[in-house]
Design a binder for this molecule. Sequence first.
Ligand code: 13P
Ligand code: SF4
Length: 319
Amino acid sequence: KPEREALKRRAAELLKARGAVLVAHYYVDGDLQDLALETGGIVSDSLEMARFGRDHAAQTLIVAGVRFMGESAKILSPEKRVLMPDLDATCSLDLGCPAEDFTAFCDAHPDRTVVVYANTSAAVKARADWMVTSSCALEIVSALKAEGKKILWAPDRHLGRYIQEQTGADMLMWNGACIVHDEFKGLELDLLREQHPGAQILVHPESPASVVAQAHVVGSTSALIKAVVEGTAQEYIVATDNGILHRMRQLAPGKTLIEAPTAGNSATCKSCAHCPWMAMNGLQGVVDCLERGVGEIGVDEPVRVKALACIERMLDFTA
Ligand code: 13P
Ligand code: SF4
């Protein structure tokens, strides 16, 4: 702990000295979340990370999250240096949607408006008409449906199915999943609910249908935090990456937070619901970025320009 405190102080000094700002996701290590907030940065969902990075005056952004978050920041602000604590931090949705295969899929369905989740590579976004995150997907797909558009959706099949059910839009889906949320189990959640009859069930829409069906609130990470802060219940069962509990505990200290069951944590492992790529972000990585300039994100200019259009469309829609 004293070493962690010293490292955190060092990172804070470096952020100041380099005029850099830390943009962190709710799933990363609690020390990084605290550091971001204590140094004028942000902890947020992927939509607000993108907006904050674009709008902040700092010329160096340290993005603590997974690769697509750093890429989105660079796409929006090519003049800024964008650094990440670990460039190998990826996402199963991004890995499961290679640009070449995705392009062929789009080419086979030219009549469809292409809507991609933020959790994709810059090259996939370059082929899309719209990017969405879980906090704006419903509104954007509803608006497209109202215009009579048929949609090609990629890559998360659970989020896609949820949006399709809610909006009734015509959606052709890619078959991807998040390895973390895919593990939440409906049957075990049902049993857990019986033990906590007053609990509110909070679910990220990357979770399977059997889990979403039991939710009181389905939403992005920031929507789930809001639900805990504003909710009148005492207990909350949370079906998303357990990195989010750090911020929930800070903002709603009196409330009881219970992790939703996964195949692993129902038997032996108490904390299986944690993204291995988010976990690659640490204080040392932030110090290394600032001290040695490692972890810089680059996006090829032709790809960047094409990807920019679909991200800006989303930011304008949600402004
Ligand atoms: P949010 O946009 O809700 O923060 O989700 C990002 C993510 O990677 C969820 O797994
Ligand atoms: Fe990707 Fe899932 Fe990790 Fe989010 S939690 S970054 S969707 S693998």
